[in-house]
Design a protein around this ligand. Structure first.
Ligand code: NAD
Length: 255
């Protein structure tokens, strides 16, 4: 009997960082199931990636449990086995205005998608991941660790995601490992469904606030995901990895 290639499920993978991760794993010969809420982005992704045999694109709202169960059943029927889950779906816009006027619904929306979505996906994929000693990677943010004003809901959702990660690692080991990645500024413009043909170049000051001399790319995040789900990382679980070109290590004093 021929062995199925490994399979990865990526939420929010129709554009942005998730699409970069999907593309990376497709190139490595993995079977990739992309789950995303945005039907238009899925269609654009289908066109861009050419829908090879090892790609499946499925619509889902990760914050709704019945929808997660339905989409996952579809994904597993196609993938048969599951080796990795990347919880990347998120509402990326961090600013929600002053706390005094932040509506409960706006707070709840970010918690529901960024945090509860990852819980629901983990809950329903763990039985499949256990069979292959698989692993989970949650895409958090440096904003779980430091803040600008008026980002309470986003920061709390991503901080919760880091805590969910170590809790999963303790509950699920040694069968399933769980880690999170906290990206800093990742330029996703070229990976969007409606990507501008010629995005405005980033400024020197944008680049210079990073000790690495540049802003990040989805490929930078994909490379860390590839390491974390690989056998080389079999001793790594419950950790959060900051990928920000050193930005959060740089001290900034205003004149
Ligand atoms: P993006 O908007 O390009 O991609 C997010 C994807 O998630 C979209 O395709 C969207 O349709 C999908 N999505 C949103 N809500 C969903 C839901 N309820 N169910 C299923 N899919 C849903 O954003 P991005 O910049 O690529 O961000 C991806 C992840 O990385 C997010 O979790 C974001 O918070 C995190 N992040 C991004 C950056 C950055 O600088 N871009 C930095 C740190 C963390």
């Amino acid at each position: 009997m021929t062995q199925q290639p490994p399979a990865i499920l990526i939420t929010g993978g129709a554009q942005g960082i998730g699409k970069g991760i999907a593309s990376h794993f497709l190139n490595k010969g993995w079977r990739v199931a992309v789950l995303d809420r945005d039907a238009e982005a899925i269609e654009a992704c289908r066109q861009d990636l050419g829908e090879p045999d090892n790609l499946s694109l499925i619509t889902v709202d990760v914050s709704r449990e019945p929808d997660v169960i339905r989409a996952l059943a579809e994904a597993m029927e196609w993938a048969v086995r599951l080796d990795a889950l990347v919880n990347n779906a998120g509402i990326p816009d961090p600013e929600t205005g002053p706390i005094e006027t932040l509506e409960l619904s706006e707070w709840q929306r970010r918690i529901d998608v960024n945090l509860t979505g990852a819980f629901l996906m983990a809950k329903h994929t763990v039985p499949h991941l256990r069979k292959n000693q698989g692993s989970i990677v949650n895409i958090a943010s440096t904003r779980a660790l430091q803040s600008e004003p008026n980002c309470e809901a986003y920061a709390a959702s991503k901080g919760g995601l880091i805590a969910l990660t170590h809790s999963l690692a303790i509950s699920l080991g040694p069968d399933v490992r769980a880690n999170s990645i906290s990206p800093g500024w990742i330029d996703v413009r070229a990976w969007q469904a409606n990507a501008p043909a010629n995005p405005e170049p980033l400024s020197a000051s944008d680049r210079n606030q990073h000790p690495s001399g540049r802003v990040g790319t989805p490929e930078d995040v994909a490379a860390m995901v590839a390491y974390l789900v690989s056998p080389e990382a079999r001793f790594v679980t419950g950790q959060n990895f900051v990928i920000d070109g050193g930005m959060t290590r740089k001290m900034i004093y205003e004149d």
